[in-house]
Design a protein around this ligand. Structure first.
Ligand code: PLP
Length: 443
């Protein structure tokens, strides 16, 4: 890591940023973005020589950390060979990326439609579902994030949807399982599962099953709280979809490619959706890439009939080369297994130990390298440390907690009253322990 101090360069980067970059999800005048000078593995650093352990994996996408040498080399080699080629052509790295992904997706999800990211993957998945079924409605949960494009933000349940409404037609929200704050007054996980399924069934009945094209769920809800579904829930949704001829879409944009300690989170429950969307971890975001893995039956719908959708950069060679190198590196280096072991042996026990010492922790939940601490004012009432506010922003003390982490060299992922612990899948045990020790001190 070549970390040096160059304050003048940092100030110049920041000045140009403040003058010309329009940032996502922000009031432009109220933000103060860190100027980043470099990154390697689980760390990045600024122009002042401050180094940060990246416990956020950026936007939970750098599953193999920063600047993995095999992936950087693959992008460089591909750039020298063929930078871009239209989606209508067969290109070696595109075919190989599709083959490697299809080999790992569950069941018969054997055809891959490439996009530039997660929201576009969800847009195209619901387009496929609507055309496949001839129905219009799509159902998603209130506690979800599916992206920022038109349909994807309308499907999204979290408060970021509000500012984007009036939304689009044909979207129906329902409550998914969340035992810690049960919408169904359930007293345990089994009851939560049973009641959440009954609620979904009732919602479908009142919407009219013959009008519902698809149900889209995050296999493990990510940004909206790292909500691990209770045993039986996903199988129950699968059964409901089958009974009503509804397409089941699993959004694995955040949970896929090793994050939960399996290639796909669906593997934990042996559930096979009809469509599975992915992005982020497929190539750690080194070049924008996402996609939809498509079942045999849905692919067949478009065997003789054109699929009316496409993107100029679908299956971009640089992105596909980086995906091939990422998937191969993950397999060669046992990165998925590492994520599983870190979750079982280090992060899970480490966070539970923190909960024993810090009463502000209401619940610890997660798996692999995908964990949340839910912070509360009072364990008995479960009142959230920071209530929801209209802006959806983390108000004090969550903002102060994030600042205290950064002062100690830890870059956290904070959302609402939660601290998400989402380091890269190939983090070392020592790195994770370093981060947990900082959290202990800050809490
Ligand atoms: N779906 C999920 C579950 C996500 O977490 C995200 C992004 O965080 C998206 C979709 C949107 O992906 P993108 O930002 O690449 O469009």
């Amino acid at each position: 890591m070549s970390i040096s101090v160059d304050s003048a360069a940092g100030l110049a980067v920041k000045a140009a940023d403040r003058a010309h970059v329009f940032h996502s999800w922000s009031a432009q005048a109220l933000i103060d973005p860190l100027a980043v000078a470099g990154a390697e593995g689980s760390y990045f650093w600024d122009y002042e020589g401050n180094r940060f352990l990246d416990f956020s994996s950026q936007l939970v996408n750098t599953n193999i950390g920063h600047q993995h040498p095999k992936v950087v080399a693959a992008i460089q080699e591909q750039a020298a060979k063929l930078c871009t080629f239209a989606p209508a052509f067969a290109v070696d790295v595109r075919s190989e990326a599709a083959r490697l992904i299809a080999e790992r997706t569950p069941g018969d999800l054997d055809k891959i439609f490439f996009t530039n990211g997660g929201a576009e993957a969800n847009e195209n998945a619901i387009r496929m579902a609507r055309l496949h079924t001839g129905r219009q409605k799509v159902m998603s949960t209130y506690r979800s994030y599916h992206g920022a494009t038109a349909n994807a933000i309308a499907l999204t349940g979290d408060p970021r949807r509000w500012a984007n409404e009036t939304g689009v037609s044909g979207i129906v929200h329902f409550w998914g399982p969340y035992a810690y704050r049960s919408s169904f007054h359930a007293e345990n996980e089994a009851q939560e599962c049973e009641r959440a399924l009954a609620h979904l069934e009732a919602t479908i009945a009142f919407e009219g099953p013959q009008t519902v094209a698809a149900i889209i769920l995050e296999t493990v809800v990510g940004t909206a709280g790292i909500l691990v579904p209770p045993a039986g829930y996903l199988a129950g949704v699968r059964e409901i979809c089958d009974r009503h001829g509804i397409v089941f879409i699993l959004d694995e944009v955040m949970a896929g490619f090793g994050r939960t300690g399996e290639w796909f989170a669906a593997d934990h429950w042996d559930v096979v959706p009809d469509l599975l969307t992915f992005a982020k971890g497929v190539n750690s975001g080194y070049v924008p890439l996402g996609g939809v893995a498509i079942s045999g039956a849905i692919a067949e719908t478009f065997a003789q009939r054109p699929f009316p959708g496409g993107l100029t950069y679908s299956g971009h060679p640089l992105a596909c080369a980086s995906a091939v190198a990422t998937v191969n590196a993950m397999a060669e280096e046992g990165i998925v297994e590492n994520a599983k072991r870190l979750g079982e042996d280090v992060i899970g026990p480490g966070l539970r130990e923190l909960a024993e010492r810090h009463p502000v922790i209401g619940e610890v939940r997660g798996l692999g390298v995908f964990w949340a601490l839910e912070l509360v004012k009072d364990r008995a009432t479960r009142e959230a440390l920071t209530p929801y506010n209209a802006a959806g922003a983390a108000a004090a003390p969550m903002g102060e907690l994030a600042a205290a982490c950064k002062q100690r060299g830890l870059w956290p992922f904070v959302n609402m009253n939660r601290l998400h612990v989402v380091p890269p899948c190939n983090s070392s045990e020592a790195e994770v322990k370093e981060g947990l020790a900082i959290l202990d001190e800050v809490l």
